[in-house]
Design a protein around this ligand. Structure first.
Ligand code: F0G
Length: 457
């Protein structure tokens, strides 16, 4: 089953890959406490840990970097980023930050007062952590299908409008800081939100005077799904769909490390000048001057070019086609994956992959470690470990217990996807041999990054 579109670029520079032996990988995973985040990247043959900051930049981005203005204040590189955001996203005010969580930190400080509530279409780790640090309580208002790995729905990232309005009735609109709509939804499997749903959320926000914010980290991929799946958008370019989606929002946080095709960078963009003023005040304290926000001038230049390239139809068709190709190969071989296949990653359903383990055996963590030992493919846990503990200190038990095979943008070929598929299929055949894990070290926040584990007896 060949992927039907070839890469819409040719390769000008290469980075050699090295395949280590199984014994070397076994030693490496033990040294890393069975946490794929703690592996040395040079030990990984194909690195699918994340699509964040791992993109290959284009020749146009590299040349833009050469004209970066490194002035401390008033740099022209900021003007170019601002113009690109205004033009491509239709939002007038822009504040750069070092990456997405820098933007999340600032918007949480600006909009959340202690005791307030923040609904969203499923949590994301850093986003919720910043909402909670600012004294807010996150509420998941995604549709139920998103929590079921095998439920079919073209827009599994949609907000459940009834749940959103029920929350408003329960806590009062004045206690809702804002609603955060992620485009696409990472932890649901890279699932998109429809334009109709965005419009429906807007109507509720208008009625109750609630701020509608977006985590726009993967908005170009969301636009491609709207083009392919929603009535009336087949002939609309993804660039135009991006502008239409954002026309409904008051502002956004962006991790440029994904859909701006850069290795570092992020920003806040918004319509409201008073939010903009507060963001400019805070960014100086935490990130840097409002014209660089913790980035070099050259980073702003690369992001300004990348955010436009990411909405190109040919690029997106290959990008998501490659993810779909990997997902379909696994599905055909009977490997349990989250359906439909999302935009940036294929997610293995660890509870069905390892039916002999319970969620407290940390099956996704264990599967990610075993896949690395078997094949050199690095993936990431997105399950009970990532979900962390609640305010009472108990482990959260998310409905999804997943291993994410995240595809970097413009980095690997479809042949690499075959190597990954073969490795996962082989592991699935021998899955009953995989044991559970237990914590030996757990940090207080964002524990998935640095926890250490050992095999359960
Ligand atoms: N929002 C979403 C939906 C994300 O996926 C991420 C990062 C962030 C915000 C934070 O952005 O990393 O630039 O600070 N996701 C990465 C991942 C880490 O691997 O999924 P950041």
């Amino acid at each position: 089953m060949p992927s039907n579109v070839a890469e819409p670029y040719r390769i000008k520079m290469v980075e050699p890959l090295v395949m280590h032996t199984r014994d070397e990988r076994q030693q490496a995973i033990e040294k890393a406490g069975h946490n794929t985040f703690l592996l040395k990247s040079k030990m990984c043959y194909i690195d699918l840990l994340t699509d964040s900051g791992t993109s290959a930049m284009s020749d146009r981005q590299w040349s833009a970097m050469m004209v970066g203005d490194e002035a401390y204040a008033g740099a022209v590189s900021f003007d170019r980023l601002e113009a690109a955001v205004q033009n491509s996203y239709g939002l007038p005010f822009v504040v750069p930050t070092h990456q997405g969580r820098g933007a999340e930190h600032l918007i949480s400080l600006i909009l959340i007062r202690p005791g307030m509530h923040v609904p969203g279409n499923m949590y994301f780790t850093t986003t919720r952590a910043h909402q909670e640090l600012a004294g807010g309580t996150f509420h998941d208002v995604i549709i139920d299908e998103a929590h079921d790995p095998s439920a079919q729905h073209p827009f599994k990232g949609n907000v459940d409008i009834d749940e959103f309005t029920a929350l408003i009735d329960e806590v009062g609109a004045e206690n809702i800081a804002y609603i955060n709509v992620a485009l696409t939804v990472n932890l649901a499997g890279g699932q998109p939100v429809s334009m109709a749903n965005i419009e429906a959320v807007r109507r509720v926000c208008d009625e109750h005077h609630i701020i509608m914010w977006s985590d726009a980290t993967r908005l170009a991929e969301n636009a491609w799904f709207i083009q392919q799946r929603e009535d009336g958008y087949r002939d609309t370019s993804c660039a135009d769909i991006v502008r239409e989606m954002l026309s409904h929002f008051d502002g956004l946080t962006m991790s440029g490390k994904k859909d701006c095709l850069v290795n570092i960078g992020g920003f806040l963009a918004m319509r409201d000048e008073s939010i903009f003023t507060k963001a400019r005040e805070l960014v100086v304290l935490y990130e840097g001057m409002p014209t660089y926000g913790g980035l070099a001038g050259r980073d702003l230049e690369a992001m300004a070019v990348g955010l436009v390239e990411a909405t190109d139809d040919a690029y997106l068709t290959h990008r998501i086609g490659q993810v779909t190709y990997l997902g379909e190969r696994l599905q055909e071989a009977g490997v349990p994956v989250v359906q439909p296949i999302g935009g940036h990653a294929v997610f293995l359903d660890a509870l069905r992959f390892l039916p002999h383990l319970s969620q407290d055996d940390l099956p996704a963590q264990s599967l990610a470690a075993e896949l690395f030992v078997a094949s050199g493919v690095r993936s990431m846990e997105r399950g009970i470990v990532s979900a962390g503990r609640d305010a009472e200190g108990n482990n959260r038990h998310p409905k999804l217990e997943l291993v994410r095979l995240t595809i970097p943008r413009r980095v690997y070929t479809d042949r690499h996807m075959d190597v990954v598929a073969d490795a996962v299929i082989d592991l699935h055949r021998n899955a009953e041999r995989i044991r559970g894990l237990e914590f030996v070290y757990e940090p207080p926040t964002l524990r998935f990054f640095s926890s250490r584990f050992q095999p359960k007896a």
